[in-house]
Design a protein around this ligand. Structure first.
Ligand SMILES: Cc1ncnc2c1ncn2[C@@H]1O[C@H](/C=C/CNC(=O)c2cc(-c3ccc(F)cc3)cc(O)c2O)C[C@H]1O
Ligand SMILES: [Mg+2]
Length: 214
């Protein structure tokens, strides 16, 4: 049988991006998605908002929910301070396999821990597995109906501290209405919406940044 879209995206990275150069990996994926095949990466427009939040937080420990092909994984990891690390969760083994190769091509593999499995299973094990006490930054970009249960799970596991920043993709398209309701009407969060567009299109979408107040 033929190749999958993630496999074709990986080929485009291996052909067009310089090994060890994260920016060229990002540009190669954006080019592929604009000119060959659309894919659900956060993209360059929302990606620059992601970059500014990551740079502002400068997290020592970051978590990503939903690796997919590793585009935002590379975007986040390239901005981490020395010694910092990003844990990314992905339950589809085919996507995880592609993401590992995209990450390897970028040269950022030493800053990234890709954990295969459902986020609901992995989140409760993060403290013991990675020796972390709390998360400085979380990027939510997995199934949209998992944003609320996983945010509650992060709270219950004591993984959020005063000042932890959650950044959620797609709060307009495909949409995460329950999540917006949860973080916007919850006194334990200070939320702000960053208007943008769905990756590689002019359809409205945006990111919701929510600071946990403890
Ligand atoms: C619970 C759980 N645990 C671990 N990994 C999980 C997980 N749920 C999903 N994942 C993994 O994350 C990835 C899923 C992401 C879901 N993202 C989406 O469905 C998504 C969809 C669109 C979109 C918009 C308009 C359209 F017309 C069509 C699509 C755009 C996006 O930016 C998206 O992130 C891959 C999946 O295996
Ligand atoms: Mg997304």
């Amino acid at each position: 049988t033929g190749s999958s879209r993630p496999q074709r995206l990986l080929k485009a990275v291996q052909r067009n991006a310089a090994k060890g150069d994260p920016q060229s990996v990002i540009s190669a994926i954006d080019y592929f998605c604009r000119h060959s095949e659309w894919a659900m990466n956060v993209g360059d427009e929302k990606g620059s908002i992601l970059d500014s939040v990551v740079s502002e937080v400068s997290p020592t420990t970051a978590l990503e929910l939903g690796t997919y092909c590793g585009y935002s994984t590379v975007r986040i990891a390239r901005l981490l301070p020395p010694g910092a690390s990003l844990i990314t969760l992905e339950f589809n083994p085919d996507y995880a396999a592609v993401a590992r190769q995209v990450i390897a091509h970028s040269g950022l593999q030493d800053k990234i821990h890709l954990v295969e499995g459902p986020s609901g299973d992995s989140i409760p094990k993060l403290k013991e597995r990675f020796g972390i006490t709390s998360l400085d930054f979380v990027f939510l970009d997995h199934w949209k109906d998992r944003y609320v249960p996983d945010t509650k799970l992060l709270e219950e596991c004591g993984l959020l501290r005063k000042g932890s920043v959650l950044l959620a993709d797609n709060v307009i398209c495909p949409g995460a209405p329950e999540y917006l309701d949860y973080v916007r009407n919850n006194p334990r969060y200070e939320s702000r919406y960053f208007q943008s567009h769905l990756e590689y299109t002019n359809v409205e979408d945006g990111l919701e940044k929510s600071v946990f107040l403890g």
